[in-house]
Unconditional design. Structure first.
Length: 712
């Protein structure tokens, strides 16, 4: 362990060299107190996201003061300094877990309130004798706030008062202006909502009174009294359609030739005759209200467009009959003009209506509320709630301190340094779980939102990364992980392969590889890769040649059969094209075999000239000539394999390279091994067959060598 003094203070820091960078160690309270003097360039991370980490998101959200979903160095230092101020024995931070009440600093008023609030929470939980408080207890808002009518957050829920009139008014305010959420989780209202509601009541009542004054002066603003607003709503629902119909009728009366053009043609009905008419249809609704004629009369109950019949019936019941205009089964143009004239004053008055959210209340209720003292009573509740704010703020501080006591050191060991990542016994907060696939267990799995975007930067990690889609039948949630394979080989890692992912809660998810970033996984794989590629190349060429020759033979045989059918002379087998094709193939095979034999002869002739001890050196040289370049390239890439780009692509700002060594890679990706105490039974028949094939191969090789020596 290296000891490097801080350049900006007297504190002596302890550093370890891990992942190619110096990482500061936070082992004492003095290290935490001096953390603000540590050069930011020596922090492993500069920022991290709030989401997709295996640590309580609420803790990160509390640290994230500006609520931008990122935790930065300044916010981390603020959390550390506040925690040290609130603890009289900060050494307990390194033990973590529940917050001991004895560790709370009570030397100032804020500390006294914090301790009192912690004891009150424990009393509400039914454990007043407890000596420590957990995060679960401090964060249980349902029990902490739910038992209090008022909780100091400036929001009054319906149950804040037992007065039914107050409860009804609170419900009406929420219904008109929308609710605010109380700390207990219940909807409620604030001082701002209360003032806005009564301002709108006053404005609405003043506007309504203006209409009543105009009516009293002879301007009939409300032709149907209190039913006028609802009647006007039904009136304007059909006003434009009726105006359109009468305009069409007037044009038809002016020129009879327009009547045919203004009515839909028969072809329209032919086109839609086979369609479904059981549901509302916009195309039929767009047709005229009724059949257009030269007369200025619109039917109300019969002969009306079916899409408009319900609205016209409502117009008849709510407007025309109450106004005593016409017989009620049809409407003349003059009668329609009279209806519009009766609503004209109301229309003008309504256009002057102030914009409010209380229109659903009747004017009688509006005036009753303005005349009551309910507003003053709710203001008293809000003032009482405001007096509780300091005490409830201390309750919030209890949760904050309990969370910091449990999580802060863990977070620092994944932010200031990456101790947890380089410690084989624990997992870092960015490790989402384990992926089991292809006989391996990958422990370096990161949650990602978009594999395509993540892969752009993750390519720089020099790692073999498999992006997997994770899903469960009992969960609508689907997410992606980026799994790093750092041991074994990649021969069986292809898009579409399935595996199982176990998250940090122990849940199992079905996974499928959807994308790969291919890089060398090991030196062993790099050594064999040239031979795998050569074998794959030869296999593909042989398969391609065999398929081509098979098709050629099939075509020649078909041509030969056709020849026999057409030409009686073709009975002579010497003229069969199929036989000729076989002969040609055999001849070609002989030529190829001769070429191979000549090549082998040349090889054996060269080998014969060498001494016996030179043969292994030649073979070793050939192997190195083939495999060494691939191994060197792999070694160079493996030396540069780093975690930083993977985290940067996930929203982190990593300050150093954070290399993944070969040793660490073998820990992060574990291959299947048989237990030492296991017993294995082998298939004897398979062993005999394997031995026979091996013996046959050795015999063939020995025969070829002997033949070559005797021949040359």
């Amino acid at each position: 362990m290296d000891i490097i003094p801080s350049f900006s203070g007297q504190h002596s820091w302890n550093f370890t060299r891990r992942g190619g960078i110096f990482q500061v160690q936070l082992n004492t309270v003095e290290d935490l107190r001096a953390l603000d003097t540590l050069d930011p360039k020596l922090w492993v991370a500069l920022s991290c996201p709030v989401n997709d980490l295996e640590i309580d998101r609420r803790t990160l959200s509390i640290i994230d003061h500006d609520a931008d979903d990122r935790v930065r160095i300044e916010e981390m230092l603020t959390a550390v300094q506040w925690t040290l101020q609130r603890l009289s024995a900060p050494e307990s931070l390194f033990r973590g877990g529940a917050l001991p009440l004895a560790a709370i600093n009570c030397s100032d008023s804020e500390g006294e309130k914090l301790l009192a609030s912690a004891k009150r929470i424990l009393a509400n939980m039914g454990v007043p004798e407890a000596t420590s408080i957990s995060v679960e207890q401090a964060a249980n808002t349902e029990q902490i706030y739910g038992k209090s009518r008022l909780n100091g957050d400036g929001v009054i829920a319906k149950d804040a008062s037992k007065n039914p009139a107050i409860q009804e008014l609170i419900i009406e305010i929420m219904d008109c202006l929308g609710p605010e959420i109380d700390r207990s989780g219940e909807p409620g209202i604030t001082q701002e909502k209360l003032e806005a509601f009564f301002e709108q009541l006053t404005s609405y009542e003043r506007w309504w009174r203006l209409g009543e004054v105009e009516t009293a002066q002879g301007e009939n603003v409300f032709p149907l009294g209190d039913a006028t607003p609802e009647a006007f709503k039904h009136f304007i629902a059909v006003e434009k359609k009726i105006d359109d119909f009468f305009a069409r009728c007037q044009l038809a009366a002016y020129d009879a030739r327009a009547e045919t053009a203004l009515n839909p043609g028969g072809s329209l009905y032919t086109d839609i005759a086979n369609e479904d008419f059981s549901m509302p249809r916009k195309d039929i609704e767009a047709l005229p209200l009724a059949r257009v004629t030269g007369s200025s009369s619109v039917p109300i109950l019969t002969g009306i467009n079916p899409e408009w019949r319900p609205r016209m019936r409502t117009l008849c019941e709510k407007v025309i009959r109450p106004l005593n205009i016409g017989p009620g089964d049809a409407l003349e143009l003059e009668e329609w003009q009279a209806v519009k004239a009766r609503f004209e004053a109301y229309r003008q008055w309504r256009q002057s209506k102030p914009e409010t959210g209380i229109e659903k209340l009747k004017i009688k209720r509006v005036r009753a509320l303005l005349a009551s003292d309910l507003k003053d009573k709710i203001n008293q509740l809000l003032e009482e709630d405001a007096r509780l704010a300091p005490e409830m703020k201390a309750i919030d501080s209890v949760e904050k301190l309990a969370r910091y006591h449990r999580d802060l050191i863990q977070l620092l060991n994944n932010f200031v340094n990456f101790n947890q990542f380089y410690d084989e016994s624990v997992n870092a907060i960015f490790q989402a779980g384990e992926l089991f696939l292809d006989g391996r267990e990958c422990q370096l799995c990161l949650r990602v939102s978009d594999p395509t975007k993540h892969a752009v930067l993750a390519t720089l990690s020099r790692s073999f990364v498999a992006y997997c889609e994770c899903r469960r039948k009992d969960s609508p949630e689907k997410f992606y992980i980026a799994a790093v394979f750092s041991a074994g080989d990649s021969s069986n890692l292809i898009v579409g392969r399935n595996g199982v992912f176990r998250d940090r809660r122990g849940l199992l998810w079905d996974t499928t590889i959807v994308r790969l970033i291919e890089n060398p996984i090991s030196i062993h794989e790099a050594f064999l890769m040239p031979y795998v590629r050569i074998g794959r190349f030869i296999g593909e060429k042989i398969e391609k040649w065999a398929v081509t020759r098979d098709k050629a033979m099939q075509k020649q045989m078909e041509t030969g059969v056709d020849s026999v059918t057409k030409d009686a002379q073709a009975a002579d087998p010497h003229h069969s094209p199929a036989i000729g094709g076989v002969a040609a193939m055999l001849a070609a095979g002989g030529i190829a075999l001769g070429a191979v034999g000549a090549g082998l002869a040349s090889l054996f002739n060269t080998m014969k000239a060498l001494a016996w001890w030179e043969l292994p050196l030649v073979i070793l040289g050939v192997i190195l000539m083939i495999s060494l370049p691939s191994m060197v390239i792999a070694w160079l890439k493996l030396r540069k394999r780093t975690l930083a780009p993977l985290l940067d692509a996930s929203g982190w700002a990593v300050n150093g390279r954070t290399l993944i060594s070969a040793k660490l890679g073998r820990v992060l990706t574990k291959r299947a091994t048989l237990p030492l105490t296991s017993h294995c039974q082998f298939d004897e028949r398979r062993g005999v067959r394997s031995g026979l094939w091996a013996a046959l191969g050795l015999t063939v090789i020995a025969s070829l060598i002997t033949w070559a020596y005797l021949l040359f």
